[in-house]
Ligand binder design. Structure first.
Ligand SMILES: Nc1ncnc2c1ncn2[C@@H]1O[C@H](COP(=O)(O)OP(=O)(O)OP(=O)(O)O)[C@@H](O)[C@H]1O
Length: 741
């Protein structure tokens, strides 16, 4: 099924009460089945844009209503072995934390405490229905991604390592290595653990939200059902993303700005992933941020629900349009609905053998003890709220009001192994891995008429929009060749893995690298965004500021050009309110902060112009990233690396030692010579280094120029040199080996 995307408009806050005339976001549709968000066109308020979602919740929606409609129906699937992911997305201050966590009052409780309540209730039912044979245990993991680092929220902040916890891919899932997992037997346990852990979360007051989340928080609730030798594990993930911020409105100081840049970057990457999936790209940039790696949108099997939080006010206008844009694309993402497998207990290896789990560091209690004392048959009585658990005890029935046709998720996957809710004992017990081929063909075969209609609608609106703009269809996206992409991936990976250099500066360099990548693809708006995100890391950098100004001017010129083409009489081309379709306005919106731009075919020459004064237009075009540029350079080429392996091997040991001389004062003569050549900024000299071609040399000089005000604009260690765009371990090793001192 597709990712289910629902929007929730928050009510006015007390401080905003007098702004009721500024409410510009409305929910529309039949009562109880609203599914359209309407918002005026910022350029012409008499026109409106409309966005259709799977459900839209207006300002009067209660926490209970949202949970009952959107989450409770999936509890059954969770117990059938499907993973369920619920995440809240939106601009800062729009109510994500309120939706996910909520308040302590019964009626204010958000999705997470209600989810736990529902899980315990269903656990008791499963246990009862199996005559007490099935035991259900629940464990929690809870972590935050702060400044692109992962921290365990069950650990107190003073025990955190600076680098955070690493991520690894295991059995097709991203797992956090070393993350703790706490047994959570009942709601009282949950209440204690959750409140304690939330105190460890990074929050701070900003101008836009008195208690703003400065991190993405991910709660994983593992449901472990055991029956005899069989174990079925499924996970519910509830994710409260940090909100995007327009720093022109936040007045953020340096610390907040750095946090903000990191938040905005990860959300930007998320929007890029959504777009790349939508376009059917081969490469989805999940790895560009930890949040997207963990979320793995479209990669994870199971059920995914995206809750888009919106503020109703005019002051959020462009930000709201931006998040509407991103979310309306997300609903086209297909998620494979595959149940987790039943796993047999293997006595000698215990729980650590459970496939797909991340229990390697903190194994669960032995399976034999995994039965939850509270889920045996007599515990059914506990359906009646116990006093001690009252804060999070859910009295609501897990059945929602009738939905619109097509709103109920279609469980059409023919791969499903079981249709009844009769407990684990009835499950087939053979261990079968889902066959990817079958999954794929099932997905195609399961195409509904609605899906086909949606695809047709998408195509038609694309063609119409292209015609309106009097230009060819924008369907073909210019992509970088596979080999260059591989090299870019390798460079990203290297930067990520260079733990020693993973400081703020490296983070800033990553933004510059991404800016360069976008510029290479002709995505100027995205490149601009990345340059702006790099700015807090290189405050006041004249060169960077000039780049930003130049690219802004270029975008503006492009826009003016496009609007003249679209309408020779100078009228903006917008879709009148009555005719709007969710897909139609997307092509015509002003490019908002985090929205994806459709790359324009780059008609500029990809060659760098000799004229430095004209640098703004093509300073990075083709420099360092064009295919040919890497021909003689093996730093990113896997094949070339293999061929030259023996040579590298013989020198690997001494060079590795040399690379550890991170202190500028203690450099070896060879390192010093290499850095002197680099810092000379003389292209001819740099080109003379082994393995460094002309473009790489020019890139390096350009990069050093950008550093002009920082640390004397010099590269002080080999680690820094490796992190420079276009360089890498292999290139630096090669250059180092080639020096005769
Ligand atoms: N549906 C709602 N009903 C009542 N109050 C709400 C609602 N949604 C949000 N609020 C209030 O709005 C304010 C901002 O909400 P919240 O902190 O949840 O935003 P957020 O999107 O998580 O922001 P950030 O991204 O900065 O963390 C809070 O005071 C919250 O209580």
């Amino acid at each position: 099924m597709s990712v289910r995307v629902v929007a929730r408009i928050r009510p006015l806050l007390d401080k905003d009460k007098e702004l009721s005339k500024d409410i510009i976001v409305r929910a529309e549709g039949p009562e109880g089945k609203k599914n359209v968000v309407r918002i005026p066109n910022p350029k012409n308020e008499s026109e409106e844009f409309s966005f259709t979602f799977n459900g839209v919740y207006d300002m009067s929606t209660s926490q209970e209503e949202l949970f009952t409609n959107e989450v409770a129906p999936h509890l059954k699937s969770l117990f059938q072995g499907l993973d369920v992911t619920i995440f809240a997305y939106g601009v800062t201050g729009t109510g994500k934390t309120h939706t996910m966590r909520g308040g302590l009052k019964m009626s204010d409780r958000g999705v997470i405490p209600r989810l736990l309540s529902g899980i315990y209730r269903r656990g008791r039912k499963v246990s009862k229905d199996s005559g007490g044979e099935t035991g259900v245990a629940v464990t929690l993991s809870y972590y935050e991604i702060y400044n692109d680092k992962v921290f365990d929220l069950f650990e107190s902040p003073d025990k955190r390592s600076l680098a955070g916890l690493p991520l690894r891919e295991k059995d097709g899932k991203t797992v956090v290595v070393g993350l703790s997992e706490r047994a959570c037997d009942d709601l009282k346990d949950f209440e204690r653990l959750y409140i304690e852990a939330n105190n460890n979360r990074s929050t701070a007051g900003t101008k836009l939200n008195a208690q703003s989340s400065r991190s993405h928080a991910i709660l994983q609730v593992k449901v472990i059902q055991t029956n005899g030798d069989e174990t079925l594990i499924s996970t519910a993930s509830a994710i409260d993303l940090a909100g995007s911020e327009d720093n022109r409105r936040t007045d953020n100081g340096k610390d907040r700005m750095v946090e903000s840049a990191s938040i905005n970057k990860s959300l930007f990457v998320l929007s890029q992933c959504i777009d790349a999936i939508g376009r059917g790209d081969k490469r989805i940039p999940f790895r560009e941020s930890k949040m997207t790696r963990v979320l793995s949108l479209g990669q994870n099997n199971g059920i995914t629900i995206m809750i888009l939080n919106l503020a109703p006010l005019r002051s959020y206008h462009l930000d709201t349009l931006s998040s509407l844009n991103v979310s309306s694309r997300a609903k086209r993402i297909e998620v494979r609905e595959i149940e987790n497998e039943v796993v047999f207990k293997q006595p000698p290896r215990g729980t650590s053998s459970i496939a797909g789990s991340n229990m390697q560091r903190q194994p669960l209690r032995p399976l034999a003890n995994a039965h939850n004392a509270n889920v045996s048959a007599p515990a059914q009585k506990a359906d009646k709220p116990l006093k001690a658990f009252s804060v999070y005890t859910d009295r609501a029935k897990a059945t929602g009001p009738p939905r619109a046709p097509g709103v109920v998720p279609q469980r059409s996957n023919s791969n499903r192994k079981r249709t009844s809710d009769s407990g684990v004992s009835t499950r087939p017990t053979k261990m079968v891995r889902p066959n990817p081929t079958t999954v794929r063909s099932a997905a195609t075969a399961g195409m509904t008429a609605a899906k086909i209609e949606e695809m047709v609608e998408k195509k038609v609106s694309e063609i119409l929009a292209a015609q309106a703009a009097n230009q060819p269809r924008p369907a073909v996206v210019e992509t970088i060749s596979e080999s260059v992409q591989k090299r870019l991936d390798a460079l990203e990976k290297k930067i990520e893995e260079s733990g020693a250099n993973k400081d703020e500066r490296t983070e800033g360099l990553r933004f510059l690298l991404m800016a360069k990548q976008h510029k290479e693809r002709g995505e100027d708006t995205s490149a601009l965004k990345m340059y702006e995100m790099a700015l807090p890391f290189f405050p006041g950098q004249q060169k960077l500021l000039v780049k930003i100004e130049n690219i802004k001017a270029k975008i503006q010129a492009k826009r003016e050009n496009a609007s003249q083409l679209a309408d020779p009489f100078g009228q903006p081309v917008e879709v009148p309110a009555r005719k709007t379709l969710a897909t139609a306005p997307i092509m015509q919106l002003p490019t908002p902060q985090t929205s994806f731009e459709i790359p324009q075919p780059d008609t500029q020459s990809r060659r760098r112009k000799a004229n430095i004064a004209n640098e703004s237009d093509d300073e990075y075009n083709g420099s360092g990233l064009a295919d040919g540029d890497y021909e003689e350079d093996d730093s990113f080429s896997y094949k070339a690396t293999k061929a030259k392996k023996p040579k590298v091997k013989t020198t690997a040991k001494p060079t590795l030692q040399v690379y550890n001389d991170a202190q500028p004062g203690s450099l070896t003569p060879r390192t010093k010579h290499l850095l002197d050549v680099v810092n000379s900024r003389d292209v001819v000299l740099i080109k003379g280094l082994t393995g460094v071609g002309a473009k790489k040399a020019r890139d390096l000089v350009e990069f050093l120029d950008l550093q002009a005000d920082e640390a004397g604009g010099r590269i002080e260690t080999l680690g820094q040199l490796m992190a420079a765009p276009g360089m890498g371990t292999k290139t630096v090793e090669k250059a180092y080996d080639g020096i005769m001192v």
